[in-house]
Design a protein around this ligand. Structure first.
Ligand code: OSB
Ligand code: MG
Length: 365
């Protein structure tokens, strides 16, 4: 399949409520939407999930804008996998920029073959279990009661290391058996391991990324001492990172985000390897729009994803999403549409309306 051009949109979309972590607060979500148009006029959609500042990993909207518009997109004029890996391998890092391209290409490939994306990638279920993240400074009691009514199957608290123990202690008095986990987002130093070990009796499903992004060693030391599973997020930016985590025994769980690991190819290789090795897997979230979410939902249909991911419907973050119909939760599950590609229509007018800048890259022959 050959491409005629790429459209790139740098958007800003207001969140319904601020999303706060120990690293700061997000009120407007800036990001990049990538549209690949085939020679026969079909569109494939991808989303670059980098944030406007590098608080989560190094990439930002501006570094991704540069990678996409100045280096990558002009060299991707077809779905030829060997060309895509050749182009990607010329540049270190920037997985979220690369992933946006692969998302668009895979949406297009599925559409050209008339397959729902989740079939195309080998998914085995069309009902996806949902999980929700409660950020700091939210009225968690009120929120959790609402989320329980909606049927969310797994709950994740963002924590502040200064009051993690007290927060969990109070939370557990209200919800002793709720399927619960916490996300450290790298807040702890290796010499603060005792503070993490003190959380071992809260019956948590897991503790996500307590130590810094890129660490494997200290997570392995911690897992040896803890019965609660350790899960890596920020440390896994490629298939090779996932293998390293497995061989170093850095934890019992890994969350996969297509953006963070550099695209569909890496995500599927990670799934295959880690599923065989019995590492528990779930799909992470990036406060993303329905475009990236639709890709994440297709990923979550694969057999290894047995824990509900950070997969919430459109109204968790947005008044109006970039896709229609909006993504809906029904008795705690999201149904995958049986339409070709990502299965949701993209509201192009709304994407245009929210765009700060746009670029078109024409491809020759
Ligand atoms: O660490 O998983 C994370 C959101 C932004 C940046 C990092 C993370 C998150 C989340 C997922 O926790 C929130 C969601 O999209 O549901
Ligand atoms: Mg995380």
């Amino acid at each position: 399949m050959r491409l005629s051009h790429w459209n790139v949109y740098h958007f800003s979309l207001p969140l319904l409520h601020p999303f706060t972590t120990h690293q700061g607060s997000l009120q407007e979500r800036e990001g990049i939407i990538v549209e690949g148009v085939s020679e026969d006029g079909q569109s494939g959609w991808g989303e670059c999930v980098a944030f406007s500042t590098p608080f989560y990993t190094e990439e930002t909207v501006d570094t991704a804008w540069f990678m996409l518009n100045d280096l990558l997109l002009s060299k991707i004029s077809s779905d030829d996998p060997s060309n895509i890996s050749h182009v990607f391998s010329q540049y270190q890092g920037h997985p979220m920029a690369k992933a946006a391209i692969e998302m668009a290409i895979w949406d297009l490939k599925a559409k050209q073959g008339n397959h729902p994306l989740y079939h195309y990638v080998g998914g085995i279920r069309d009902q996806i279990s949902t999980g929700v993240v409660i950020s700091l400074k939210e009225n968690w009691k009120e929120k959790v009661d609402k989320y329980k009514e909606q049927g969310y199957q797994r709950y994740k608290l963002k924590i502040n290391k200064e009051n993690a123990y007290e927060h969990l202690n109070t939370f557990r008095t209200f919800y002793p058996d709720l399927p619960l986990m916490i996300d450290g987002n790298g807040a702890y130093q290796p010499d603060e391991m005792a503070a993490i070990l003190a959380l071992d009796d809260f019956k948590l499903l897991m503790i996500e990324q307590p130590f810094r992004a890129g660490d494997f060693y200290w997570h392995a030391q911690l897992q040896k001492k803890m019965k609660t599973s350790i899960c890596l997020d920020e440390s896994i930016k490629s298939y090779e990172d996932g293998k390293q985590a497995y061989f170093m025994r850095s934890g019992k769980s890994i969350n996969i985000k297509i953006g963070r690991v550099g695209g569909w190819r890496e995500a599927l290789s990670l799934h295959q390897f880690l599923y065989e090795k019995k590492i528990s897997l779930w799909v992470g979230g990036m406060v993303e729009t329905g475009i990236s979410k639709a890709h994440s939902l297709a990923l979550a249909s694969l057999p290894g994803f047995m824990i509900p991911g950070d997969l919430s419907p459109s109204d968790r973050f947005w008044d109006r999403d970039f896709v229609y119909p909006s993504i809906q939760i029904n008795q705690g599950k999201i149904s995958l549409p049986n339409k070709p590609g990502i299965g949701f229509e993209v509201d192009r007018e709304f994407v245009e309306k929210q765009s700060i800048r746009k670029n078109k890259i024409k491809l020759m022959g």
